[in-house]
Design a binder for this molecule. Structure first.
Ligand code: ADP
Ligand code: ZN
Length: 807
């Protein structure tokens, strides 16, 4: 019998901990289950990692008991545990937190410390015997009765520390109490009615008889179905149950997910020559049952989706399973409905747009092997399949595969790792592959496959680049003419502008005042719809005033345009046309993307205005014109990938035009008509772009010629964050001197490009090096030495590993 269990805790603590297994759990406790364990006076959820015969040396006496076992069967199998361990090591992130990221939300019970005032505390407050900070804190507690410790630390970032609070507790002013937080998601149950088989021994009333007859036909039905058929059935049912004619019970049901497929039905086409060649290669990989990585570079509308579908058919025929990653699933109802048409119910969905309960149910379906395919956004890479045969990453270049908070993983990179671990096929697809992936393909790490032409010999659209320096107004005569022509010919147009809102900021021309967010170092965007000023980085929002708050001037003016303004101008210009806008503001309600796209597909909309939401892989044959209002927004982003990003966006948005019978036309407006990312997009020349960009990366030693890790510090207190950053710089230099990172260059520390976001001050330090092993070692050492600088000081260190596509 194993005595001891090793547990990873879902808290930002790097190591695993050991607990004793109480007698009553010895038969049932296994690796990969959740347990509730005592930790620093609280109770937290942990994951069991290993079972041991004896406690590790030196801590025998101190071990506590597992408090509770939360699962009957393990949530995590050995394969997933291995995957999680790899991630934890690579991203230098606590294993318990990694596991938590991979599991559906709502499985975490946690107690949190709540503070209350003792009698002594109340008395001292009343008698005014306290210092000012103590008084403020105690008042806050008194006002609410109980206050979470964490909340106090954010309320008083400069003055308060955890240590201070604990000392007040020692002095008898405060009490700490344990509150269990967050309710656990449970399987949903429904009532079912079933025929029991006996015969009625006396005459039944009409209604009872009807119900019984109906049930005999059906055998077993849900109560809700019965309730639909018969009015108020509960009394007759009670009678029938008492007479032993029926039984009432409960069964587990899945929270229904509307995987809608009310878009145009998708039939199975004959493959063309290129598709056949590509598929044959992929099938070789699938049949080998070895790790077989492919990069499929196929121009827009070259029929990549059909390759995915056929490859999956083959994997299913082998009795294996498939993960399909798509950038943002709510934006791709078309792809979803194609999968639904081909595979029916054998499909689970995983993405953040689902409710907690829905996500939990989808996850359980996968875990229990009830489905063989999952489609999802980046988190679907954690789908707990046990016989994985293929991982497909559609639009592998898309930045949304990177999670930017907490565990900063890149789902494409993880797809490579997982496919390798389980010896599966990996299929990365894109019209504009990322530089990293393409470079890997050139080096022979991925097999490169091509679909160089559009389906059925359709042409890529003609693209014109227009210099807006020579134009006046929002759009050129050429764009206006093209839109007018399309309206007359009943064809559709897309207008792309990568900024939402009405005006990017409001300026007072008299005194130069602009409205800034108090929590973030950005200007507020003006939204005409509700006449508000909003921060696009936090939830801050105010009513837009009529006059300048500084000089009382009457001339406040909106500067810089957004999609809301664009929509308005288009409506004024073409009063008869059907105009619709798709951006974050018009798609807050559930399924609203879907409704807009459906109306667009049916031809009800003439002109669709939008942000990058309209760029994603939609396939609308009637779109013949695409206008890019300004190509410069992404070009000036302070990031070494800005050219790449611009090329991708322009190629993708242009790719929406001319997918049907009529050829497409694209106009790109820009201040930088000669920039290579714009010129190469105009020529649909990916390899030309790649050659220029890779040259530049090589010269400056940027990825893929080096690897980057960004150390991001953020904290509520400006002063403390700054001094922690300075300390980080010193530690970095010391480590370099000690030889921790051979060939590593450290840049910074400096304030982050956005120096303040959501009230947190942000600093960063960049480490750059050729060897990922040395970089990793350096990072681990730095993270360990930074603990003293951050722990209990309201400062956190985030390690952000730059994506590399193969590891
Ligand atoms: P991509 O994903 O490369 O942008 P899609 O998979 O959306 O391209 O394919 C573009 C269009 O071509 C779709 O409407 C699809 O139904 C159609 N299609 C794909 N393969 C074939 C084929 N072999 N024959 C006819 N039509 C096809
Ligand atoms: Zn803000």
């Amino acid at each position: 019998m194993k005595e001891i269990v090793e547990v990873a805790i879902g808290l930002p603590i790097p190591k695993a901990f050991h607990y004793r297994i109480p007698e009553k759990m010895k038969d049932s406790l296994q690796i990969g289950m959740r347990v509730l364990v005592p930790f620093k006076g609280r109770k937290v959820t942990g994951f069991t990692l290993d079972l041991l015969d004896h406690p590790p040396k030196g801590i025998e006496g101190k071990l506590l008991d597992v408090e509770d076992l939360l699962d009957e069967i393990p949530l995590i199998d050995a394969g997933m545990l291995r995957f999680y361990r790899w991630i934890s090591d690579y991203y230098i992130y606590p294993l318990g937190e990694v596991i938590k990221t991979g599991l559906p939300p709502g499985l975490h019970l946690k107690s949190e410390p709540l503070l209350t005032l003792t009698g002594e505390g109340i008395r001292s407050l009343a008698q005014g015997e306290l210092d000012p900070i103590q008084e403020n804190v105690f008042r806050e507690i008194q006002r609410h009765g109980k206050v979470p410790l964490k909340r106090l630390l954010t309320l008083f970032p400069e003055e308060l520390t955890r240590a201070k609070i604990l000392s007040w507790r020692k002095h008898g002013f405060l009490d700490l109490e344990d509150g269990i937080k967050s309710k656990e998601v449970k399987p949903k149950l429904e009532k079912v009615v079933e025929i029991a088989g006996g015969e009625p021994d006396k005459l039944l009333s009409k209604k009872r008889k009807e119900i019984l007859e109906w049930l005999k036909e059906k055998g077993k039905v849900s109560y809700s179905e019965l309730n639909k058929r018969f009015k108020s059935p509960s009394m007759p049912l009670q009678f029938l149950q008492a007479a032993g004619l029926i039984t009432l019970s409960r069964r587990e049901v899945s929270r229904d997910l509307s995987v809608r497929s009310d878009l145009k039905p998708y039939s199975k086409p004959e493959l063309n020559r290129d598709q056949e060649v590509v598929l044959a290669e992929v099938l070789k990989g699938i049949h080998s049952k070895r790790f077989s990585p492919f990069l499929l570079h196929g121009v827009t509308a070259s029929g990549k989706t059909e390759i995915y579908l056929r490859a999956i058919e083959e994997v299913l025929a082998q009795g294996r399973e498939a993960i399909v990653l798509v950038p943002e699933i709510s934006l791709t109802p078309q792809l979803l409905s194609r999968f639904k048409d081909r595979f029916g119910e054998n499909l689970a969905l995983l993405h953040s747009g689902l409710g907690k309960g829905e996500r939990f149910d989808q996850w359980r379906k996968i875990r229990k092997g009830e489905v063989s395919i999952v489609i999802g956004a980046r988190s679907a890479i954690f789908a707990p399949f046990q016989r994985l045969g293929i991982i497909i990453v559609d639009e592998e270049h898309d930045p949304s595969y990177k999670q930017e908070e907490k565990l900063k993983y890149h789902a494409r990179d993880l797809a490579v790792v997982r496919a390798k671990q389980v010896e599966a096929t990996l299929l990365l697809g894109s019209a504009t592959p990322s530089l990293e992936s393409y470079y890997n393909a050139e080096k022979g790490r991925f097999r490169l496959l091509h679909l160089p032409e559009r389906i059925e010999g359709k042409h890529l659209p003609r693209v014109d680049v227009l210099d807006i320096k020579k134009e006046s107004g929002l759009f050129s005569e050429k764009v206006k003419t093209a839109l007018q022509k399309n309206i007359e010919e009943k064809k559709q147009s897309l207008l792309f502008l990568n900024r939402r809102g009405f005006a990017s900021f409001i300026l007072c021309p008299d005194c130069g005042f602009t409205f800034k967010c108090p929590n973030c170092s950005v200007t507020l965007t003006y939204h005409l719809g509700d006449r508000s000023l909003q921060c696009h980085y936090c939830d801050y929002r105010i009513q837009a005033p009529a006059d300048c708050p500084r000089c009382q001037g009457h001339q406040l003016r909106g500067m810089g345009i957004g999609t809301e303004r664009l929509e308005e101008e288009i409506r004024t210009l073409f009063p008869g046309a059907q105009v619709e806008r798709m951006d974050r503001d018009t798609t807050t309600r559930k399924n609203s993307h879907h409704h807009i796209l459906k109306r667009f597909e049916s031809g009800d909309i003439d002109i669709l205005v939008g942000t990058q939401m309209i760029v994603k892989g939609h396939d609308f044959p009637k779109v013949t014109f695409v206008g890019v209002i300004s190509a410069d927004t992404s070009l000036h982003f302070p990031d070494f990938r800005s050219s790449e990003r611009t090329f991708q966006l322009l190629t993708q948005v242009a790719g929406r035009a001319g997918r049907g019978e009529s050829p497409g036309e694209v106009i790109i407006q820009t201040y930088n008509p000669d920039h290579y990312s714009i010129q190469r997009a105009r020529e649909h020349d990916f390899s030309g772009f790649y050659r220029e960009e890779i040259h530049f990366r090589k010269d400056l030693e940027y990825p893929p010629f080096s690897r980057l890790i960004n150390f991001k510090l953020s904290g509520n207190s400006e002063k403390r964050t700054k001094s922690a950053a300075e300390e980080m710089g010193k530690i970095g230099q010391t480590l370099l001197k000690k030889g921790y990172g051979k060939g590593i260059e450290v840049l910074g520390p400096s304030t982050a490009p956005f120096a303040k976001v959501r009230g947190k001050f942000r600093w960063q330090m960049l480490a750059k090096g050729k060897s990922s092993r040395w970089l990793h070692q350096f990072s681990q050492a730095l993270a360990a030495r930074m603990e003293d600088q951050t722990k209990g000081k309201g400062i956190s260190l985030d390690i952000d590993v730059d994506p590399v596509s193969i590891l």
